[in-house]
Ligand binder design. Structure first.
Ligand code: FAD
Ligand code: SF4
Ligand code: SF4
Ligand code: SF4
Length: 384
């Protein structure tokens, strides 16, 4: 019997899921089993859209459709958290399994702190996350650095620090993330600063770090993070949907070292990005936000703000209706709202119509606050 803290190499026993899955299809096998065994009513996951740059949320109730969601989309920068509240009634009327990156998970925890979703009805399968690449950057990067037409790319992966593309004619080309990032490409800036690498507040945390030897690329490293996660894993194994074995001790060590190296890298980027704000932070923020067209996208797409979007959009003593650019108080009001909760998911920045580096500002404010106050970023959800 598995228990919290246990670790496994795991893979699907289904040949199709093994083939379509990123690393042996363990995540898809567990999701499919959760549906088949009626442990959940539906699965919320991510599937490839028209091309590798398009990641779409998928709500699945038929176990046969799970295969559509197998595979990792590194240009998939969508955030699933608010969808649970906006379209699924906060999972109040249904049991839902959700695949979550660190930011998806933190977004859900923030919503749970506000009683906006029912965590008890959510089974969370975490995927480790080294970072994602904005689809816009990815297209430009592939044209400029790889010399390839972005529309000719049929697959991408991140392996051993390289972003690797595969073209229609079967060619592979990889360039190291470090090199890409030196030239202004690579992961989103919020991802570079992110330190939620192994999402242990989910029920299971799954990833490829630490899978070595003959299982490399064919199995997923699963860390059991809750009793519920242990029960689901046991149930999938007993139903013969999932195969597991003990991880190679050297693999466990490598996984730990990789996670630590990613923390250090995150700290390095924080130092660099926050220092670039300069001593005159107010001037920097005022200059950048002066091109705001008040489209409200930052408010509507933030997992922390969208719950109070109507309030944040209202005119006030200083923020006049129809005034462009808005009085800086429009932004200060929002920063005040998220200053203890920004999860650095990057949605506000990525979806800003005017490319204002909003997540950088709110993340810097949150990190400063974190040094002084509780709860810390990513702290467990509390009720009430
Ligand atoms: P599969 O059976 O292939 O299932 C994959 C699941 O991931 C599906 O449920 C799918 O809906 C979901 N998914 C795909 N793309 C996204 C997305 N953009 N956002 C949310 N969910 C998504 N592991 C590491 O150990 N180190 C890493 O640095 C790392 N970086 C990753 C970065 C991203 C953006 C993603 C999505 C995953 C990353 N992983 C990383 C996890 C790894 O790639 C595999 O997902 C994991 O090993 C599970 O493999 P599998 O074959 O069991 O999953
Ligand atoms: Fe992954 Fe963190 Fe970026 Fe989310 S913010 S995509 S968890 S690196
Ligand atoms: Fe995410 Fe931006 Fe909201 Fe912070 S302020 S939680 S980065 S959308
Ligand atoms: Fe202004 Fe950008 Fe927010 Fe739109 S998303 S309101 S342009 S800061």
């Amino acid at each position: 019997m598995a228990k919290k803290g246990d670790m496994f190499y795991a893979w699907s026993t289904d040949a199709d899921l093994q083939k379509k899955g990123e690393c042996g299809g363990a995540v898809s096998a567990i999701l499919k089993h959760a549906l088949e065994s009626r442990a959940v009513d539906a699965v919320l996951a991510v599937k490839k859209g028209a091309d590798i740059y398009t990641a779409e949320p998928a709500l699945i109730t038929n176990p046969a459709d799970i295969a559509q969601t197998a595979g990792s989309l590194h240009c998939g920068t969508l955030l699933l958290s608010k969808l649970v509240k906006k379209y699924l009634d906060g999972a109040n009327g249904m049991k839902l399994a959700v695949t979550v990156k660190g930011c998806d998970l933190m977004g859900l925890l923030e919503l749970a702190k506000r009683n906006a979703i029912n965590l008890d009805n959510l089974f969370l399968i975490g995927v480790n996350c080294g970072g994602s690449v904005s689809p816009v950057t990815a297209r430009k990067m592939i044209a400029d650095k790889y010399g390839v037409n972005p529309d000719d790319v049929v697959k991408e992966e991140i392996d051993k620090g390289q972003f690797i593309i595969q073209t229609k004619d079967g060619q592979h080309k990889g360039i190291s993330m470090d090199e890409l990032e030196e030239h202004g490409y690579g992961r989103r800036s919020n991802c570079r600063r992110c330190k939620m690498k192994i999402p242990r507040q989910a029920d299971l945390a799954c990833g490829n770090w630490g899978v070595i030897g003959d299982k490399a690329g064919k199995a997923t490293f699963v860390e059991v993070c809750s009793d519920r996660g242990a029960r689901m894993l046991d149930s999938a194994v007993q139903a013969n949907k999932l195969a597991v074995e003990a991880p190679n001790p050297k693999g466990i060590e490598i996984r730990g070292k990789t996670e630590n190296a990613m923390f250090k890298l995150g700290d390095k980027w924080r130092k660099k990005d926050f220092a670039a704000l300069g001593r005159d932070v107010w001037t920097t923020i005022a200059k950048e936000t002066s091109r705001c067209i008040k489209c409200y996208s930052c408010i509507e797409n933030c997992p922390v703000c969208f719950e109070v979007a109507d309030e944040l959009k209202k005119p006030s003593l200083l923020v006049k209706a129809g005034e462009l650019p808005p009085n800086p108080m429009f932004h200060l009001r929002r920063f005040a709202h998220i200053s203890d909760s920004c999860i650095n998911c990057g949605q506000c920045e990525e979806l800003c119509a005017m490319d204002i580096p909003l997540a950088l500002f709110s993340h810097a404010i949150r990190v400063e606050g974190d040094a002084a106050f509780e709860p810390k970023l990513g702290a467990p959800a509390y009720k009430n």
